[in-house]
Write a protein that binds this ligand. Sequence first.
Ligand SMILES: [Zn+2]
Length: 204
Amino acid sequence: MPNSDDELRKLKAVLEVSSGQEWQQTIRLLLRLIGEDPNREGLKRTPLRVAHSLQFLTSGYKQDPAKILNRCFKVKQDEMVIVKDIDVFSLCEHHLLPFIGKCHVAYMPKDRIIGLSKIPRLIDVFARRLQVQERLTTQIAEAINTHLQPLGVACVIEAHHLCMTMRGVQKQNAKAITSSMLGVFRSSDKTRSEFLTLIRSNLT
Ligand SMILES: [Zn+2]
């Protein structure tokens, strides 16, 4: 878990939060701090809903990427595998606001491949945590690199950050693009540009 047990105990003591009620009481306090009345009709079940929603959106901490990636198949395949336009939803760790976009992943197998559906599941393991887009991109590429040991991995994420569009600079269409290139995707211009061309093409 992200918090040390010790700090959690101290915070709970300061807030006088009873065990088992941490989430709901903290969200009630948050509603008070906003200037709202947590007892008014529309907000009565909000602490429970927000608790469930936040627990789901951060459920990736409890998931192990190895469990998804360890079921691979041995094959003789040396052509690039690409899964593109995968929806990504994550929470920025600076503002706890969503960032939303598309993720494109490719790898160049050496002797094993994974089921294509494993890649979106792997992305969710890391996206359902508090993130910065750069680290999310790197973690996805490195997990595939570690568990599949391919000749190379590429991961590109393009995303809109609500902390940029709803507040701060308020640029509605600003998109952040991050990439992580490992192995042949880093060393070979030809492989990298083939990947970049394919993720921009509508045919694949
Ligand atoms: Zn942010």
